[in-house]
Ligand binder design. Structure first.
Ligand code: ADP
Length: 489
């Protein structure tokens, strides 16, 4: 594409003054205990681990490492609380959930800053997406608490019991809200374990839950790594497991629970297809591609990590995409100008770098914009791969980072075939002006969510979940309630 020499906007390089969000208003304790039976409790073995800021490597706090005995205490407290909580009227349960939602809203700014510090995501995203959506989930499910009879008419919905909830590090508070809110609305009690690299907002949520006056033991929040998660999954008094995380761990949990009466929902990995037709609004589509893959550094299970562009517009789309990538601001997550923050952990950075190496070894053509990455911390430039095909590992496997694999297509049938040729089935995007094409694709794409002329849009009222190796069960909306109830025979 030709650059217009006379167009100052087109040729400008933009510089922005620093706009860091203040950290004066937040409080992070040096040490966090486990939240069990309504009290912050020392782990039985008194062992703790650090949580660090991935943008600077600074230690933010140390948090309890829950062992089997702590897991047992938390499950027993949830089991005991279930007796009275499950009998409370929906209206009363709803009051507590509304209170949690309002307290979260009041402290939204503090939560946003801590989410960005602990996880590395840009403050603009934690401030405008993660925290408000988390509060919305509590508001939404609070509204359902006294209407379950209407949600499932003539079916006498009953709570299941103790829900063990294990969540990942990409949307720490939001995932906690997705899990806790429907469980409480339906009368279950909870033991939640946040991911080991991002425990802080879940522990702050424990403070809010405490302040809300929720009866003790109804929500327990324990920290630890995979072993703690496994102990929770295998505990005999757990009645329901809700897991969001990697497909590998999901498979392990499915095996561990096979033959037991534990109810299970799994929200696992993805390799979303983002499909651009020649009749799409190209500039909007380019913006959509950026949002689909670079939102939250690509640490998104439903990211649009495979791009399919119709051949006739491929050259212009790719050129515009490269230009747009050149304008992305990568750096301090707390700066309000930042588009791409830090990679969540050293381990994840290593995984991403390894996939970039694999992409090159397999003959992919790489593009990265010129950018100065900060010296400390975990960083990865936004990356495109061209000249790749269906058999490339970077096309087939989930990278969970800012790496996009681009392929072209000629016909609708071809792109449907290619888009569905993956072990995953979580998300897809379609960009076209033709409504008929949208309907045709939404029916034929094997994905739990298909966005049309947009991407990565979430709402508490719409169900989310996958097919195939992306998991089973749905979260959000009415479907999300169903995962936490059983019906009286
Ligand atoms: P990632 O590999 O991207 O870190 P994981 O699936 O390992 O994603 O992590 C998601 C969540 O699952 C985290 O809270 C983690 O501690 C937990 N987890 C890891 N291994 C297990 C396991 N074997 N059983 C239960 N939970 C686990």
């Amino acid at each position: 594409m030709q650059k217009d020499k006379n167009n100052p906007v087109f040729n400008a390089t933009w510089t922005y003054a620093d706009a860091p969000e203040s950290t004066n208003h937040i409080q992070i304790k040096k040490r966090y205990h486990l939240y069990i039976n309504g009290a912050f409790t020392e782990p039985v073995q008194k062992s703790y681990f650090d949580t660090t800021n991935p943008a600077t490597q600074e230690i933010l706090a140390e948090v309890g490492n829950a062992t089997n005995q702590d897991v047992d205490k938390a499950v027993q407290s949830a089991k005991k609380a279930f007796k009275s909580w499950s009998k409370l009227s929906g209206k009363e349960r709803g009051k507590y959930i509304f209170r949690i939602a309002r307290l979260l809203q009041e402290r939204a700014r503090e939560f946003a800053v801590i989410e960005s510090l602990d996880g590395g995501k840009p403050i603009r995203e934690s401030r405008d997406i993660d925290i408000p959506l988390a509060a919305n989930h509590f508001f939404y499910y609070a509204g359902w608490a006294d209407k379950l009879e209407y949600a499932f008419p003539n079916r006498k919905p009953k709570p299941i019991g103790v829900a063990a909830q294990i969540i990942p590090w990409n949307f720490p508070l939001l995932m906690a809200a997705w899990k806790i809110a429907p469980a409480l609305a339906t009368g279950n009690t909870v033991v939640l374990k946040p991911a080991e690299t991002t425990p802080l907002t879940a522990l702050k949520l424990a403070e809010i839950i405490h302040e809300s006056g929720l009866p003790k033991g109804v929500v327990n929040i324990i920290t630890g790594a995979g072993e703690t998660g496994a102990a929770l999954v295998n505990h005999p008094d757990v009645n329901k497991i809700a897991f969001t995380g990697s497909t590998n761990v999901g498979k392990y949990i499915q095996k561990a629970t096979a033959g037991s009466s534990k109810k299970l929902t799994l929200e696992l990995g993805g390799k979303g297809a983002n499909i651009i037709f020649e009749d799409a609004a190209i500039d909007q589509a380019v913006e959509g591609i950026v949002n689909a893959i670079f939102f939250n550094q690509g640490h998104v299970c439903c990211a649009g990590s495979r791009l399919f562009v119709q051949e006739s517009v491929a050259a212009i789309v790719i050129e515009k995409l490269k230009q747009r990538m050149q304008t992305l601001i990568i750096g301090n997550p707390l700066d309000k100008n930042t588009d791409i923050g830090a990679i969540n952990s050293k381990k994840q950075l290593k995984t991403i770098k390894n996939y970039i190496k694999i992409g090159l070894e397999e003959g992919g053509e790489i593009y990265q914009p010129t950018c100065n990455l900060p010296k400390n911390g975990n960083w990865c430039a936004p990356t495109l791969f061209l000249n790749v095909s269906q058999s490339h590992r970077i096309v087939q496997e989930e990278i969970f980072g800012p790496v996009l694999a681009i392929q072209t297509f000629r016909t609708i049938d071809e792109v449907i075939e290619k888009a569905n040729n993956t072990p995953y089935g979580l998300s897809a995007g379609v960009w076209t002006q033709k409504g008929s094409k949208i309907f045709q694709l939404t029916q034929k794409l094997n994905a739990g969510v298909v966005w049309a002329n947009t991407f990565n849009k979430f709402d508490p009222s719409s169900p989310f979940g996958g097919y195939k190796e992306s998991g089973m069960g749905r979260e959000g909306g009415l479907h999300g309630l169903k995962a936490y109830i059983k019906f009286e025979e």
